[in-house]
Write a protein that binds this ligand. Sequence first.
Ligand code: HEC
Length: 255
Amino acid sequence: MMARYTLYLAVALWLAILAGLKYLIHPPMPASVLMIYMTLSTLGILLFVAADEARFQAFLAPLKSVFEGRAPLAAQVLVLAGIPLLLGWGAWLRTAPTWDAPFEPRVVHPEPPSSFSLHGRRIETANLKNPLRLPDPVQLEKYTQEGKTIYYQNCFFCHGDALAGDGHFANAFSPIPANFRDVGTISMLQESFVFWRVATGGPGLPKGATPWLSAMPVWQNLLTEEEIWKAILYIYAGSGSTPRTWDEEAGHEKH
Ligand code: HEC
Protein backbone atom coordinates (compact mmCIF):
# COMPACT_ATOMS: atom_id res chain seq x y z
CA MET A 1 0.00 0.00 0.00
CA MET A 2 2.89 2.28 0.87
CA ALA A 3 4.47 1.31 -2.45
CA ARG A 4 2.63 4.04 -4.35
CA TYR A 5 4.32 6.67 -2.26
CA THR A 6 7.90 5.35 -2.36
CA LEU A 7 9.20 8.22 -4.52
CA TYR A 8 7.43 10.86 -2.43
CA LEU A 9 8.61 9.32 0.83
CA ALA A 10 12.18 9.29 -0.48
CA VAL A 11 11.96 12.94 -1.50
CA ALA A 12 10.31 13.88 1.81
CA LEU A 13 13.04 12.09 3.76
CA TRP A 14 15.73 13.85 1.71
CA LEU A 15 14.13 17.27 2.35
CA ALA A 16 13.71 16.48 6.06
CA ILE A 17 17.43 15.63 6.36
CA LEU A 18 18.35 18.83 4.51
CA ALA A 19 16.08 20.96 6.71
CA GLY A 20 17.33 19.27 9.88
CA LEU A 21 21.00 19.82 9.01
CA LYS A 22 20.38 23.37 7.89
CA TYR A 23 18.09 24.71 10.61
CA LEU A 24 18.43 22.51 13.69
CA ILE A 25 22.20 22.41 14.02
CA HIS A 26 23.94 25.32 15.76
CA PRO A 27 26.27 26.87 14.97
CA PRO A 28 25.42 26.39 11.28
CA MET A 29 27.77 24.05 9.47
CA PRO A 30 29.79 25.26 6.47
CA ALA A 31 28.16 24.75 3.07
CA SER A 32 30.90 22.31 2.04
CA VAL A 33 30.17 20.04 5.03
CA LEU A 34 26.43 20.23 4.34
CA MET A 35 27.20 19.21 0.79
CA ILE A 36 29.07 16.11 2.02
CA TYR A 37 26.22 15.08 4.33
CA MET A 38 23.62 15.58 1.62
CA THR A 39 25.63 13.60 -0.91
CA LEU A 40 25.91 10.73 1.59
CA SER A 41 22.19 10.98 2.43
CA THR A 42 21.27 10.89 -1.26
CA LEU A 43 23.43 7.83 -1.81
CA GLY A 44 21.96 6.17 1.28
CA ILE A 45 18.38 6.75 0.18
CA LEU A 46 19.05 5.59 -3.37
CA LEU A 47 20.85 2.51 -2.09
CA PHE A 48 17.92 1.65 0.18
CA VAL A 49 15.43 2.15 -2.65
CA ALA A 50 17.45 0.11 -5.15
CA ALA A 51 18.16 -2.77 -2.77
CA ASP A 52 14.75 -4.31 -3.38
CA GLU A 53 13.46 -4.81 -6.91
CA ALA A 54 9.78 -4.23 -6.06
CA ARG A 55 10.63 -1.11 -4.06
CA PHE A 56 12.77 0.20 -6.90
CA GLN A 57 9.98 -0.30 -9.43
CA ALA A 58 7.55 1.47 -7.09
CA PHE A 59 10.07 4.31 -6.78
CA LEU A 60 10.37 4.62 -10.56
CA ALA A 61 6.66 4.23 -11.31
CA PRO A 62 5.65 7.90 -10.92
CA LEU A 63 8.67 9.00 -12.97
CA LYS A 64 7.89 6.50 -15.70
CA SER A 65 4.29 7.64 -15.87
CA VAL A 66 5.49 11.21 -16.42
CA PHE A 67 8.04 10.32 -19.08
CA GLU A 68 5.71 7.90 -20.84
CA GLY A 69 2.94 10.49 -20.95
CA ARG A 70 0.52 8.64 -18.71
CA ALA A 71 0.55 11.10 -15.80
CA PRO A 72 -1.91 14.00 -15.62
CA LEU A 73 -0.85 16.98 -17.73
CA ALA A 74 -0.26 19.19 -14.69
CA ALA A 75 2.23 16.68 -13.24
CA GLN A 76 4.03 16.45 -16.58
CA VAL A 77 4.38 20.20 -16.92
CA LEU A 78 5.53 20.48 -13.31
CA VAL A 79 8.29 17.92 -13.77
CA LEU A 80 9.37 18.60 -17.34
CA ALA A 81 9.33 22.38 -17.08
CA GLY A 82 9.71 22.83 -13.33
CA ILE A 83 12.94 20.89 -12.86
CA PRO A 84 14.89 22.61 -15.68
CA LEU A 85 13.62 25.98 -14.45
CA LEU A 86 14.67 25.19 -10.89
CA LEU A 87 18.15 24.15 -12.03
CA GLY A 88 18.41 27.24 -14.22
CA TRP A 89 17.43 29.45 -11.30
CA GLY A 90 20.07 27.80 -9.12
CA ALA A 91 22.73 28.36 -11.76
CA TRP A 92 21.69 31.99 -12.15
CA LEU A 93 21.82 32.57 -8.38
CA ARG A 94 25.37 31.28 -8.33
CA THR A 95 26.64 33.36 -11.25
CA ALA A 96 24.55 36.53 -10.90
CA PRO A 97 26.60 39.66 -10.16
CA THR A 98 26.26 41.01 -6.63
CA TRP A 99 26.28 44.59 -5.45
CA ASP A 100 28.29 43.93 -2.32
CA ALA A 101 31.36 46.13 -1.98
CA PRO A 102 34.46 44.06 -2.79
CA PHE A 103 36.64 43.12 0.16
CA GLU A 104 39.54 45.54 0.27
CA PRO A 105 42.43 44.67 2.56
CA ARG A 106 44.39 47.68 3.69
CA VAL A 107 47.96 48.24 4.82
CA VAL A 108 47.55 50.24 8.01
CA HIS A 109 51.15 51.41 8.23
CA PRO A 110 52.54 51.49 4.72
CA GLU A 111 56.22 52.04 4.04
CA PRO A 112 56.79 55.83 4.08
CA PRO A 113 58.41 57.39 1.00
CA SER A 114 62.12 58.20 1.37
CA SER A 115 61.31 61.88 0.90
CA PHE A 116 58.24 64.08 0.63
CA SER A 117 57.39 67.66 -0.11
CA LEU A 118 56.76 70.04 2.81
CA HIS A 119 55.79 73.63 2.03
CA GLY A 120 57.58 73.22 -1.29
CA ARG A 121 60.79 71.82 0.27
CA ARG A 122 61.99 68.23 -0.12
CA ILE A 123 62.23 66.44 3.24
CA GLU A 124 64.19 63.23 3.83
CA THR A 125 61.91 61.08 5.96
CA ALA A 126 64.75 59.13 7.56
CA ASN A 127 66.50 62.26 8.89
CA LEU A 128 63.42 63.70 10.57
CA LYS A 129 63.62 64.33 14.31
CA ASN A 130 61.22 66.26 16.48
CA PRO A 131 63.22 69.48 17.08
CA LEU A 132 60.94 70.38 20.00
CA ARG A 133 61.49 67.21 22.01
CA LEU A 134 63.93 69.02 24.27
CA PRO A 135 65.78 67.59 27.26
CA ASP A 136 64.68 70.56 29.37
CA PRO A 137 61.38 69.45 30.99
CA VAL A 138 60.09 73.02 31.37
CA GLN A 139 60.56 73.80 27.68
CA LEU A 140 59.14 70.42 26.70
CA GLU A 141 56.06 70.99 28.85
CA LYS A 142 55.51 74.42 27.28
CA TYR A 143 55.57 73.03 23.72
CA THR A 144 53.38 70.11 24.76
CA GLN A 145 50.79 72.51 26.20
CA GLU A 146 50.85 74.50 22.94
CA GLY A 147 50.42 71.23 21.10
CA LYS A 148 47.39 70.49 23.24
CA THR A 149 45.75 73.72 22.09
CA ILE A 150 46.54 72.85 18.48
CA TYR A 151 45.09 69.38 19.02
CA TYR A 152 41.80 70.68 20.42
CA GLN A 153 41.53 73.27 17.68
CA ASN A 154 42.19 70.84 14.84
CA CYS A 155 42.31 67.17 15.62
CA PHE A 156 39.81 66.27 18.34
CA PHE A 157 36.77 66.39 16.04
CA CYS A 158 38.03 63.17 14.54
CA HIS A 159 40.55 61.71 16.98
CA GLY A 160 38.43 62.32 20.06
CA ASP A 161 38.73 64.37 23.24
CA ALA A 162 40.47 61.46 24.97
CA LEU A 163 42.61 60.70 21.87
CA ALA A 164 40.80 57.39 21.45
CA GLY A 165 39.80 57.92 17.81
CA ASP A 166 36.17 58.54 18.73
CA GLY A 167 35.56 62.22 17.97
CA HIS A 168 32.20 63.59 16.82
CA PHE A 169 32.93 62.87 13.18
CA ALA A 170 34.72 59.56 13.71
CA ASN A 171 31.85 57.31 12.67
CA ALA A 172 31.37 59.16 9.42
CA PHE A 173 34.71 57.89 8.11
CA SER A 174 36.04 54.62 6.84
CA PRO A 175 38.78 53.98 7.79
CA ILE A 176 37.95 55.48 11.17
CA PRO A 177 40.41 57.97 12.72
CA ALA A 178 43.39 56.45 14.50
CA ASN A 179 43.04 55.71 18.22
CA PHE A 180 46.24 57.13 19.73
CA ARG A 181 45.70 55.10 22.93
CA ASP A 182 45.87 51.86 20.97
CA VAL A 183 49.27 50.17 21.10
CA GLY A 184 48.93 49.58 17.36
CA THR A 185 49.13 53.26 16.38
CA ILE A 186 51.56 56.04 17.35
CA SER A 187 53.30 54.12 20.15
CA MET A 188 54.69 51.70 17.59
CA LEU A 189 55.72 54.49 15.22
CA GLN A 190 58.72 56.75 15.05
CA GLU A 191 58.03 60.48 15.20
CA SER A 192 59.39 60.83 11.66
CA PHE A 193 56.66 58.50 10.40
CA VAL A 194 54.00 60.37 12.40
CA PHE A 195 55.25 63.72 11.05
CA TRP A 196 55.03 62.42 7.48
CA ARG A 197 51.47 61.17 8.11
CA VAL A 198 50.30 64.42 9.71
CA ALA A 199 51.99 66.66 7.13
CA THR A 200 50.72 64.78 4.06
CA GLY A 201 47.49 63.21 5.41
CA GLY A 202 45.35 60.75 3.51
CA PRO A 203 46.39 62.06 0.06
CA GLY A 204 50.06 61.52 1.01
CA LEU A 205 49.64 57.78 1.39
CA PRO A 206 51.57 55.78 -1.21
CA LYS A 207 49.69 54.36 -4.18
CA GLY A 208 50.99 50.90 -3.36
CA ALA A 209 49.01 50.92 -0.12
CA THR A 210 45.66 51.56 -1.76
CA PRO A 211 42.76 51.36 -1.24
CA TRP A 212 43.09 54.29 1.13
CA LEU A 213 40.11 56.55 1.41
CA SER A 214 41.50 58.26 4.47
CA ALA A 215 39.82 61.46 5.61
CA MET A 216 43.01 62.55 7.39
CA PRO A 217 43.65 66.13 6.18
CA VAL A 218 46.92 67.40 4.70
CA TRP A 219 48.00 69.40 7.74
CA GLN A 220 50.94 71.16 6.10
CA ASN A 221 48.31 73.20 4.25
CA LEU A 222 46.89 74.45 7.56
CA LEU A 223 49.67 74.29 10.15
CA THR A 224 53.30 75.34 10.27
CA GLU A 225 56.05 72.77 10.63
CA GLU A 226 56.48 73.77 14.28
CA GLU A 227 52.78 73.47 15.00
CA ILE A 228 52.77 69.93 13.61
CA TRP A 229 55.70 68.95 15.86
CA LYS A 230 53.90 70.47 18.85
CA ALA A 231 50.72 68.56 18.05
CA ILE A 232 52.81 65.39 17.84
CA LEU A 233 54.35 66.10 21.27
CA TYR A 234 50.83 66.37 22.64
CA ILE A 235 49.34 63.26 21.04
CA TYR A 236 52.11 61.21 22.67
CA ALA A 237 51.89 62.95 26.05
CA GLY A 238 48.07 63.05 26.06
CA SER A 239 47.69 59.39 25.19
CA GLY A 240 50.38 58.31 27.64
CA SER A 241 52.57 56.80 24.95
CA THR A 242 56.12 57.31 23.78
CA PRO A 243 57.44 57.30 20.23
CA ARG A 244 59.38 54.33 19.01
CA THR A 245 63.08 55.04 18.64
CA TRP A 246 65.91 53.08 17.10
CA ASP A 247 67.89 53.29 20.34
CA GLU A 248 65.16 51.45 22.20
CA GLU A 249 65.06 48.88 19.50
CA ALA A 250 68.77 48.18 19.77
CA GLY A 251 68.14 47.55 23.44
CA HIS A 252 70.19 50.39 24.95
CA GLU A 253 69.43 53.95 25.80
CA LYS A 254 71.42 56.85 24.45
CA HIS A 255 70.28 60.30 25.54
C1 HEC B 1 38.68 64.84 9.33
C2 HEC B 1 39.09 63.93 10.35
C3 HEC B 1 40.49 64.02 10.90
C4 HEC B 1 41.10 65.09 11.50
C5 HEC B 1 40.52 66.48 11.76
C6 HEC B 1 42.42 64.64 11.88
N1 HEC B 1 42.61 63.34 11.51
FE1 HEC B 1 44.24 62.19 11.84
N2 HEC B 1 43.37 60.63 10.92
C7 HEC B 1 42.09 60.63 10.42
C8 HEC B 1 41.79 59.31 9.91
C9 HEC B 1 40.48 58.90 9.26
C10 HEC B 1 42.94 58.52 10.14
C11 HEC B 1 43.08 57.02 9.82
C12 HEC B 1 43.47 56.78 8.40
C13 HEC B 1 44.88 57.19 8.14
O1 HEC B 1 45.80 56.68 8.81
O2 HEC B 1 45.08 58.06 7.27
C14 HEC B 1 43.91 59.39 10.74
C15 HEC B 1 45.21 58.99 11.07
C16 HEC B 1 46.11 59.78 11.75
C17 HEC B 1 47.45 59.37 12.10
C18 HEC B 1 48.10 58.04 11.71
C19 HEC B 1 48.17 57.11 12.88
C20 HEC B 1 48.72 55.76 12.49
O3 HEC B 1 48.71 54.85 13.35
O4 HEC B 1 49.13 55.58 11.33
C21 HEC B 1 48.02 60.40 12.78
C22 HEC B 1 49.43 60.46 13.37
C23 HEC B 1 47.05 61.46 12.84
N3 HEC B 1 45.90 61.06 12.21
C24 HEC B 1 47.26 62.69 13.48
C25 HEC B 1 46.35 63.74 13.41
C26 HEC B 1 46.63 65.05 13.97
C27 HEC B 1 47.89 65.44 14.72
C28 HEC B 1 45.54 65.82 13.68
C29 HEC B 1 45.35 67.31 13.99
C30 HEC B 1 46.41 68.19 13.57
C31 HEC B 1 44.58 64.99 12.97
N4 HEC B 1 45.12 63.74 12.83
C32 HEC B 1 43.36 65.43 12.55
C33 HEC B 1 41.21 61.68 10.41
C34 HEC B 1 41.44 62.93 10.91
